[in-house]
Design a protein around this ligand. Sequence first.
Ligand code: GLP
Length: 244
Amino acid sequence: TVFPDEHVASAKVAQRIADLIRSKQQRGEMAVLGLATGATPVGVYAELVRMHREEDLSFRNVITFNLDEYFPMQPTAAQSYVTFMNENLFDHIDIDRKNIHIPSGTLPQEEIHDFCLAYERKIEALGGLDLQILGIGRTGHIGFNEPGSAPNSGTRLVTLDDLTRRDASRDFGGKENVPTKAITMGIGTIFKAREIILMAWSGKKAPIIKKAVEGEMSGEVPATYLQLSDNVEFILDADAASEL
Ligand code: GLP
């Protein structure tokens, strides 16, 4: 679905999330959301905060799982995804802190494997993700599933692509300061969501959107695996869709 600009598109995605939360509320159920970081979802989170303040949208029945976190990463660091989520969403809404899940950037090496398994199990125990939102990196990564990721991959520690670290270098004051690793939900984890929305804005994303939507499916561009799923919607602004 192509919208004229990212503001209209972000408002539509926020509305979909709000509708899901409210319909679950009416049934006395929890909404289980998969959340993303990066510049792309910022407008969606801002709109959800506005709806909380102005339209009584409550997040008391919301459980969240973030896609990824740099490794190693202190949660209090300015660049952590914990800080990002607090500043853009969690500090401004009424979500119960114990319902927030973000991969840990501070685990001892020997605990990473069990942590990742437990992350998967927690999602499964809640009946799976109702909705996963995604951005896309210029390598075609979703979450931090870089080229070479398997379609059935689970939550795990990964090595970041050089281009991904270069793209993040501004936030870290130089590529050499960007962590070389991250913990990310796998492609298989993302696939189990009942609904997936991938968002992309601006002409900078147009080449990778063309590859993801029209390119041959391949591990070289992990987002092409989304072609396998019937539950995926790409929500784009006109510039990101300009090469389709
Ligand atoms: C990071 C995140 C991804 C995100 C991507 C694109 O790599 N781990 O989840 O989709 O950046 O970022 P942006 O939205 O800033 O373009």
